[in-house]
Write a protein that binds this ligand. Sequence first.
Ligand code: ADP
Ligand code: MG
Length: 319
Amino acid sequence: MKSEFDFISKIRGRSILSKIGDDCAVLPKDSRTDLVITTDLLVEDIDFRLEWAKPEFLGHKALAVSLSDVAAMGAKPVWAMLSVGIPAQVWKTDFVEKFYDGWFALAEKFGIELVGGDVSKTPDKIVIDSIIAGEIKKGKAILRSTAQPNDLIFVTGELGGAAAGLQLLENGESLKNTQHKNLLLRQLAPDPQVEIGQILSEKNLATSMIDLSDSLSSDLIHICQESKVGAKIYAEKIPIDKNLLENFDFLDFALNGGEDFELLFTANPKNQKKIFGLQNESENYIFTHIGEITKNAETIEFISKDETRILDPEGFRHF
Ligand code: ADP
Ligand code: MG
């Protein structure tokens, strides 16, 4: 069966200007500004389950995933369109109102204006389409295709928490009944790194960037494919979520688990000091150097104490 990425690649070949391939499309807005725009589709029982959390959390997440794509371009999110397809039995409840409460709570935090959307009925499951548009100084959007050999690879924050949270939810834990609230919240209410993305673009510190939505291994391979480079990363440098307990396979979660919504970026080695220097400005700015870009096209070398192996990208795929 064709993979999701094969399909996108075919569609991309049919697109005239070839704006496809980054976390957002970058379009000319005026002489000084570019517009960035992204869309995310969330389908009940594929991308979320209703029994896992209150509708407010789902509203938060629907916005957060798109904000994360805007963050990955280094841009400022400004406008949103939100469309919902709802089955009749859900429409009768207060689900939609609560869902929008969660959405607006996060939107207010970032000053996002809702400028449109659509409502329809579905036969069975909820479907949500979240579109965000934002702005960035012309030519400053940070793409996936501009990493250079010898660049350093950084990630923000800590990894693996959202995947562990997902496993706990699948095993029947809930926010009311868990000792791992932080892990569940990493999965249910992600925190998009909008501020850090903008700082990196304003200060010209990143040569390429992507957000970690599918997994470290599969998102890093997107940077490698788009930039026609390779990468090596070091097992002991990967920042594992502090809340991961010993009985989790934490390296697997951190490498192959999705939805941490942290940023992965590359930088010229000469900027390493400046990047680590940013950490003094806020306790929320956490940067970890996890490896380097190589000339070994589309190959990720994974270096641990015991071995060096080629990392096969694994992570969330719809198809
Ligand atoms: P992300 O995880 O950042 O949302 P995706 O992996 O979903 O990105 O998509 C990768 C690229 O392919 C993006 O540029 C996206 O806009 C594009 N894309 C995904 N699905 C489609 C589609 N059905 N038609 C056209 N472009 C698509
Ligand atoms: Mg993305």
